[in-house]
Design a protein around this ligand. Structure first.
Ligand code: GDP
Ligand code: K
Length: 270
């Protein structure tokens, strides 16, 4: 693949469209994702004199679990590394005033193995409600770059471009999936043997969402269904256990980096 794809992902109203416009200016076009009537916005961004990247605006979504056609498009791209739209890098745009909920999507995308940047947007809104975030510390904990933005005003855009440029060289990932039980491990082994998917969380998505993954053929969907039946795998249970565990993990991370109304919430150890 000779072009590098940088995908913008985030919850609805996190500021993704604003960021897309800031990054691409007038160099954008609108098409369709194959087979569906969901808008596909693509643009180009110059990162350096020798590097242009494609910016792909994916539909806003709260999680990778598809409840709508819009959301299904996101999973369709992220679950299939052979998809021409599969991102080399995900910029996950998070509404910093509502960070806990926004982190759920970030964690899921990361666990699929996509190199990521976390873009904290709406920091002005967060500040107005007395919340400040130690983004440097968050970056250390996650092991990936975290940048601060105001996508409406265009603040932080040059820094983000620089970070995209660097992240495309280093491709740091943050893989921290929920704990897998024995059943999940068995399913992973079988999906991996059949489909060669080494990423556990992604393999579990194949099992949990087989019917919704359009890029899989009927035979492959059937194979996955057989694995699911064999282990009596309940995708809904898996999903709700995952969500609970993720929120627990996210809360403890945010406890260390969010300072509310001047009260330092982190424990002082020194
Ligand atoms: P999308 O749904 O994620 O594409 O979000 P939009 O880009 O449409 O942004 C939603 C609203 O938030 C718009 O009115 C934007 O102008 C506004 N907005 C975007 N970024 C910021 C920001 O950093 N701070 C503030 N206060 N508003 C923002
Ligand atoms: K919007």
């Amino acid at each position: 693949k000779n072009k590098q794809v940088v995908a913008l992902l985030g919850n609805p109203n996190s500021g993704k469209s604003s960021l897309f416009n800031q990054l691409t200016g007038l160099r954008q076009k609108i098409g369709n994702f194959p087979g569906v009537t969901v808008d596909k916005k693509v643009g180009f961004c110059r990162l350096s004199s020798s590097m242009d990247v494609e910016i792909l605006d994916l539909p806003g979504t709260y999680s990778i679990y598809p409840n709508s056609l819009d959301e299904q498009v996101v999973l369709e791209v992220l679950a299939n590394p052979k998809n021409p739209d599969y991102p080399d890098l995900a910029v996950v745009v998070a509404d910093a005033s509502n960070l806990k909920r926004n982190m759920l999507l970030f964690e899921q995308i990361s666990d699929l193995g996509v190199p990521a940047i976390l873009a904290l947007n709406m920091l002005d809104v967060a500040e107005e409600s007395g919340i400040s975030i130690n983004s440097g510390k968050l970056s250390k904990i996650l092991g990936i770059p975290v940048v601060e933005l105001n996508a409406r005003e265009g603040i932080g855009i040059e820094g983000l471009k620089h970070t995209i440029f660097n992240q495309l060289q280093h491709k740091k990932t943050h893989i921290n999936p929920p704990a897998f039980d024995k059943k999940s491990e068995n399913i992973f082994d079988e999906v991996n043997a059949k489909f060669g998917i080494g990423n556990k969380y992604l393999a579990l998505q194949y099992a949990a969402q087989a019917q919704k993954l359009m890029f899989l053929g009927e035979t492959q969907q059937k194979d996955l269904e057989d694995i699911v039946k064999k282990y009596d795998f309940n995708a809904d249970k898996f999903q709700s256990a995952e969500t609970i565990e993720r929120y627990r993990d996210i809360s403890s991370t945010l406890n260390e980096v969010i300072i509310e109304e001047g009260v330092k919430k982190e424990t002082i150890t020194e």
